[in-house]
Design a protein around this ligand. Structure first.
Ligand code: GLN
Length: 260
């Protein structure tokens, strides 16, 4: 009888341990290959930073390569989940993910809710208009116009500051570009490298990107507010990748000879 009780207690304990390991294990949980898993969230619709290529099994892009290299440096494996951009910070807060990498601009508002790694990419906002557009040459010309932006982004915030702009907030940059082509809006405001990639690499026709920059922004990897330890590890890994040339390799793969 006593023996049975001990057995039951042992079984209950190992169940509890297994359950504990399975939930919120975060950067400590294990993948099938035995390596630790870094649970990564990204809104995978932001080429060339994160996007899906039908011919490839894995998510592609600068951020995707960078976070895989960072995870590897930390002795982990990145397990990347595709989430909506405005769902990334909530997913960090609920610990569904350990980090978010998604061309996310470091700003004070977000810093109230998450920690950021050191900056890893210099960006900013530009706009795309239809090729035959004559009345929009600068951001001030957006007054009285209709503009599409991605919901929850710095673009959405900055365009509202211009004043007297009719802002349409859509789910993805692809939705914004479609709306522009269909004539539903007069301009799209979005991150410069994404606008440039859209025009140059996807062979988009009938639209042009304007050179003027509305803001200068820097991207960071977002981390749960209480996980300063993970922030430190990510920064160390990032530093190592800068030192050993891996960052430069990944940069050159996606941006060629462009200045950093
Ligand atoms: N850099 C912008 C922001 O942080 C847009 C990011 C994105 O759409 N993935 O708001």
């Amino acid at each position: 009888m006593k023996f049975k009780k001990i057995l039951a207690a042992v079984a209950a304990m190992s169940f509890a341990v297994a359950a504990f390991a399975g939930c919120g294990g975060g950067s400590g949980s294990s993948s099938s290959s035995g390596a630790k898993t870094l649970k990564v969230g990204s809104a995978v619709d932001f080429a060339p930073f994160e996007f899906q290529d039908e011919t490839q099994k894995e998510y592609q892009g600068f951020d995707m390569d960078l976070i895989r290299a960072i995870a590897k440096e930390m002795g982990s494996e990145a397990d990347i989940q595709n989430l909506g951009f405005d769902g990334l910070i909530p997913a960090l807060q609920s610990k569904q993910i350990d980090v978010a990498i998604s061309g996310m601009t470091i700003n004070d508002e977000r810093k109230q809710n998450v920690l950021f790694s050191d900056p890893y990419y210099d960006s900013g906002l530009t706009m795309v208009v239809r090729e035959n557009e004559e009345s929009i040459k600068s951001f001030q010309d957006l007054k009285g116009k209709k503009v599409a932006v991605q919901v929850g982004t710095t673009s959405a915030e900055e365009v509202k500051k211009i004043g007297n702009v009719e802002v349409k907030e859509l789910n993805t940059p692809a939705d914004c570009f479609m709306e522009l082509k269909a004539g539903g809006v007069d301009a799209v405001v979005n991150d410069r490298p994404v606008n440039d990639y859209y025009i140059q690499k996807t062979g988009a026709t009938g639209v042009k990107a304007l050179a003027e920059k509305l803001t200068a922004e820097q991207y960071g990897i977002a981390i749960n507010k209480s996980d300063a330890e993970l922030q430190k590890k990510i920064n160390e890994a990032l530093k190592k990748l800068h030192e050993n040339g891996e960052y430069d390799k990944i940069f050159a793969k996606w941006f060629g000879e462009q200045k950093k």
